[in-house]
Ligand binder design. Structure first.
Ligand SMILES: [Zn+2]
Length: 466
């Protein structure tokens, strides 16, 4: 992939993620990630070309990908379809069929050169990237892909026919134009989404973000995420009007009345999810990642008695200790960290402890983003908690894609999805126990039994009915 994607900062994010996941030193991780992956396929094979076109931009954000050998060594050769391996590297045989894709160390069964639905090829590419990353650099990663990984598309999306229909979102909001928000609109290139989507994010594109935010390139560094994402994705999603809001959804000026009917959540912290739930959305679609290990999809609405984001992402000890670590390293109080964004006073305090930082530049930035950046650039030698480690690109793109499928399924087939929470590993087949129904948590700060929570629930139900 072009060097304006895998910048030194983007590579550093991958090094950190791999080092922590595989239990190796950053030096060892950097050495592994210096390798390359070769893809071998027949240019006349439409399914193989489709798969490669989706694999390259996703896998290429983790490790260099080539489709023509240059005589130097490759760590892994992905052999897509019915072609002979060139040899000289560990081989992953990619099988593509109408109902599933599979990745195996031996030639993999049935193959069809007929392309599948474009959105399913994004799914295949994400799992293909997982297997390639594991075989190339992932020794030591817990719960790795099996020798033969088969992903059935109907286990990812039970009613595949929704992908071929126009789905109208009405007036919806997307909170977060980062990795998962990028993934959502990346997969949406292949479907017929209608309506209007307001994309809210107050952050700007950083060099490290290129490691996983699939629409962004080197030229976008320092540009606002919301407008950059809308501008890039809009031509590919002509039926849905994308409107950028360079502000956090919780800070939008017009937040009165029945304003937030449909909220799609792609933010990167537990606390932000609770804040968003307290904005009383009538309906919530949410996707999150737990570093590289897990993708979680969640749904709630005002009339069900099931869990909300406050129940699912309640403040826990890990979050409290993370706040403390961030506060100590940046030189501010825990209460300040809890306010999420760096105030003018906090910016001055941080710059006092870290003189290379300019208070005007960091003001308004999220505490955990700044902390992540400082860790990634080696300015902080902290024992980094797992919560602040970025996932690999394929994990975020998969999460965004599944979020899109959730929105389309719920809107096109109301009542068809019973569970409200789905956990799956981006490295393995989905398993049926991963789909669950989580009930309300009685002490939830958003929907629990306290008088305030009850009043909020009442308001939210009215909004749903309006
Ligand atoms: Zn709740």
């Amino acid at each position: 992939m072009a060097s304006n994607i895998l910048t030194p900062e983007a590579r550093q994010e991958n090094v950190k993620a791999l080092a922590l996941a595989a239990g190796i030193t950053p030096e060892q991780a950097a050495e592994r990630l210096d390798g390359r992956v070769l893809c071998t396929f027949n240019r006349e094979d439409a399914a193989a070309c489709q798969f490669y076109e989706e694999l390259r931009p996703v896998l290429g954000r983790t490790i260099d990908v080539h489709d023509t050998p240059d005589g130097r060594r490759y760590l892994v050769e992905m052999v897509i379809g019915e072609v002979e391996p060139r040899g000289g590297a560990a081989t992953v045989f990619v099988g593509l069929g109408p109902d599933s894709c599979c990745f195996s160390s031996v030639p993999a069964g049935v193959y069809s050169s007929k392309p599948v639905h474009g959105a399913l090829s994004v799914v295949a590419a994400c799992y293909g990237a997982a297997v390639a990353v594991h075989r190339a650099v992932g020794e030591g990663i817990p719960n790795p892909p099996p020798e033969h990984l088969e992903i059935r598309y109907d286990e990812i999306l039970p009613d595949l026919s929704v992908l071929s229909e126009a789905v109208d979102m009405g007036g919806a909001y997307l909170a977060g134009a980062g990795a998962i928000g990028n993934g959502f609109l990346w997969a949406a290139r292949h479907v017929d989404l209608r309506g209007e989507l307001r994309v809210c994010d107050d952050d700007i594109v950083s060099s490290g973000n290129l490691q996983r935010q699939v629409w962004f390139e080197g030229d976008d560094i320092d540009a606002p995420k919301a407008s950059t994402l809308c501008q890039k994705a809009q031509p590919h999603i002509p039926g849905c009007r994308l409107k950028p809001e360079p502000i956090r959804l919780q800070d939008l000026p017009i937040r009165t009345g029945a304003w937030l009917k449909r909220l799609i959540v792609a933010v990167d912290s537990r606390r932000a999810r609770r804040e968003l739930q307290n904005e009383l959305p009538a309906e919530v679609f949410d996707a999150s990642t737990t570093d590289i290990r897990e993708v979680v999809i969640h749904y709630n609405n005002a009339v069900s008695d099931l869990a909300c984001m406050g129940c699912l992402y309640k403040a826990d000890e890990k979050e409290a200790s993370q706040d403390q670590i961030i506060g100590e390293h940046l030189g501010v109080s825990v209460d300040e960290v809890k306010s999420s964004r760096i105030s003018p006073a906090a910016a001055v305090a941080i710059a006092r402890k870290h003189p290379h930082l300019d208070p005007d530049t960091i003001q308004g930035e999220a505490f955990d983003s700044l902390y992540k950046t400082l860790c990634a650039t080696g300015k902080l030698h902290a024992s980094v908690g797992k919560q602040v480690v970025a996932p690999f690109a394929f994990v975020s793109v998969l999460a965004g894609t599944l979020l899109l499928f959730e929105v389309m399924s719920r809107l096109a087939r109301p009542g068809s999805v019973q569970s409200n929470e789905w956990h799956l590993s981006p490295w393995r087949e989905p398993f049926s126990q991963g789909r669950m129904t989580r009930l309300r948590f009685s002490a939830c700060e958003c929907c629990g039994d306290s008088a305030r929570a009850r009043a909020l629930r009442g308001l939210r139900s009215k909004l749903w009915a309006s």
